[in-house]
Ligand binder design. Structure first.
Ligand SMILES: Nc1ncnc2c1ncn2[C@@H]1O[C@H](COP(=O)(O)OP(=O)(O)OP(=O)(O)O)[C@@H](O)[C@H]1O
Ligand SMILES: [Mg+2]
Ligand SMILES: [Zn+2]
Length: 624
């Protein structure tokens, strides 16, 4: 049948449309390719620009502001010379670039925005995560006669009005304005003032202190820090400097993205704090012994010196402080549940040495800058190496020697694990901290360095850690039989449909506690000191032979233990390094069957003298 003219035309249009569609597809493809290429070239251009920027001599003394910078350093801060990276960071910000500065705790990051603030016209906005940190900085600046102000949730109306006036008054001598990120996120009135300050060219610089809080990968993520991304678009010509002591490459990249930084320069100083002595102690098993030991430390080794004792919970904090006070120690507790006025009282009392030590939760942390802190004691481990580095970094900021002591006890690990296991990397971070405590020979600095991806020669420690100072010797022991024992106990538990915590597991291992869990053939079991059982169990946990299994009750979360993946693939040996001295102890305790050969390895000549202790720590006595 012949086609009607209408149908003919319809077919023709369809055919043409198909060709057009094909063309569109081709063009779309081309567009995607071009966009990709454009993005790649932009990134390359950025990279090259950043490289070019980074290759400039930022330590140079030839900038227009150099003379004024040195003069103000001396006159206002009474400091003679810069520490590594300080000058570079300042020159780069004063030139108008975005900067990320990674410098150890106590390295002197604050000076890197405070001094440029005095040298520049206008006001530098400082964003800090904690009110305590703000107060600390303002107190120091006030002593130096530098004009600074703060705005936070507890600022009075008068204070707010005064600050708002100063922001837009060309004659005001206000140089530094400290705010919390919440202030920026929540106060429209404040943002309007900032915009005005920008328009009249009084907005000198933004300093974001503890900038790792921007990143979800960091250890201290604060949702309000996310909002800071708008600063770059609202104030395109104001340089942003982000400062932190702890940022891995991941965190740095994330921070640059979050703050929309362009071609930012990253300056990184070595993590090392040469004047800090690192030490780990086994925490006594009873609270009384623990208090006695702390009292000894406060009244003898640290007599007349100032310090901080970190604990995990508010309850522990109050209890520990009260027990120490009963022993006539001058301490006060500090945690998030204190009223602001009480917090200020404790903080000031400690700064003025009315209290020898603050017993604190991590609420007393970032940015606390008392120069003569001679000791930081962790009554319980930190939840990550980042936290530990930052908390212990409160010590020795005057460059004089100070001590960082951690008390290790397995039960603290489980208390913390139930708090952090829901965080993305919570357990991994916590186990890294436990590994730091449990290592029997490696230089503590070396462990910290490798955690922060830095190369480290252990001899550079200068005997400033417990292992290097006593030339720790270690031996390797085979602990495979202990895993067999633990496996048998866990299997019994499973048959009886009961869950076991680490404490219950160790009880059964020691042939005490719940009778039904004990092994009938205890002859094969280990009769080790409880501390040893704890370190072996921790080793199994950190190495994946055991794993935690979390259960919620209406009142708490409990960590039970199960066999880990690796427990299914065991060879004849699972080796664990222990302090050589502890092997001696075990040898003394062990009896007839323990076939024990031993060689030692020392920290500094490990390769030369390393060997095995087979079957040691296996006690076959029938003594229970
Ligand atoms: N160039 C310098 N010479 C001598 N002392 C300095 C120098 N720079 C800074 N300081 C001092 O070092 C101490 C620590 O500085 P600051 O509080 O800025 O440390 P930080 O790097 O911010 O550490 P944190 O990460 O713990 O906050 C301060 O008392 C400061 O006065
Ligand atoms: Mg600081
Ligand atoms: Zn060392």
């Amino acid at each position: 049948m012949a086609q009607l003219p209408v149908e003919k035309e319809l077919n023709k249009i369809d055919a043409e449309l198909r060709i057009v569609e094909e063309d569109i597809d081709k063009l779309q493809e081309r567009k995607t390719t071009l966009l990709k290429r454009k993005q790649a070239l932009k990134e390359k251009a950025n990279e090259e620009a950043t490289k070019k920027l980074a290759s400039q001599d930022w330590e140079s003394n030839d900038f227009p502001w150099t003379k004024k910078l040195y003069q103000t350093l001396k006159d206002a801060f009474h400091i003679e010379k810069f520490r590594p990276m300080q000058l570079s960071a300042m020159n780069a910000t004063l030139k108008g670039h975005d900067v990320i500065l990674i410098m150890p705790t106590g390295g002197g990051k604050s000076l890197c925005y405070q001094l440029p603030a005095l040298v520049s016209d206008g006001i530098t906005l400082v964003i800090t995560p904690l009110v305590s940190l703000m107060e600390d900085q303002l107190a120091s600046l006030e002593k130096l006669g530098i004009e600074a102000a703060k705005l936070n949730a507890s600022s009075s109306k008068e204070e707010v009005n005064m600050v708002h006036l100063a922001m837009t008054d060309a004659k005001s001598s206000l140089k530094l304005l400290y705010v919390t990120p919440e202030k920026l996120a929540k106060s429209k009135r404040f943002m309007t003032k900032l915009q005005k300050m920008y328009q009249i060219k009084r907005f000198a610089c933004v300093a974001v202190d503890e900038v790792h809080c921007c990143s979800q990968w960091g250890h201290d993520f604060r949702p309000d820090y996310k909002y800071l991304g708008v600063l770059r678009s609202l104030f395109p010509t104001v340089p942003i400097v982000g400062l932190t002591a702890t940022a891995t490459l991941n965190v740095t990249n994330d921070v640059q993205k979050m703050l929309n930084m362009k071609n930012s320069l990253v300056f990184k100083a070595s993590f090392n704090r040469p004047n800090l002595y690192y030490e780990v102690r086994i925490k006594p098993s009873t609270q009384k012994e623990c208090i006695d030991e702390l009292v000894q430390l406060l009244t003898n080794r640290f007599h007349g010196q100032s310090g901080i004792i970190y604990t995990t919970s508010v309850k522990d904090c109050d209890q520990l402080a009260s027990e120490l006070r009963q022993q006539k120690c001058r301490v006060a507790s500090y945690h998030a549940s204190l009223e602001p006025a009480d917090r200020t009282e404790v903080h000031t009392g400690w700064r003025e040495n009315r209290y020898q030590a603050v017993v604190a939760t991590i609420a007393f942390g970032m940015g606390i800058d008392k120069p003569d802190v001679r000791f930081v004691i962790h009554h319980s481990i930190s939840k990550s190496m980042e936290n530990f580095y930052q908390e212990s970094g409160r010590a020795g900021r005057d460059d004089l020697q100070a001590c960082c002591i951690v008390y290790w006890r397995l039960s603290d690990l489980f208390r913390l694990s139930t708090m952090v296991f829901t965080e993305q990397t919570g357990l991994r971070n916590l186990y890294a901290m436990a590994a730091y405590c449990l290592d029997p020979e490696r230089c503590r600095r070396e462990i910290i360095a490798s955690h922060f991806d830095e190369r480290w020669e252990s001899s550079s420690c200068n005997k400033m850690c417990d292992h290097c100072s006593k030339d720790s010797t270690s031996a390797e022991i085979n602990i495979v039989e202990h895993l067999t024992t633990l496996r048998q106990i866990l299997e019994r538990a499973e048959e009886q449909q009961v869950r076991v915590t680490a404490q219950k597991l160790i009880d059964a291992w020691q042939n005490t506690g719940q009778v039904s869990l004990r092994l009938p053939d205890f002859k094969k079991a280990a009769k080790l000191p409880r501390d040893k059982c704890e370190s072996i169990l921790a080793h199994f946990l950190l190495e994946g032979y055991l794993k935690e299994d979390f259960h919620f009750t209406p009142y708490s979360t409990i960590s039970y233990l199960l066999l880990g993946e690796r427990a299914h693939f065991i060879n004849k040996e699972i080796t664990m390094k222990v302090e050589a001295s502890s092997v001696d102890e075990a040898e003394k305790a062990s009896s007839s069957r323990g076939k024990t050969t031993r060689k030692q390895s020392t920290t500094h000549s490990a390769a030369a003298k390393k060997s095995k202790v087979e079957d040691c720590l296996i006690d076959v006595s029938d003594s229970d």
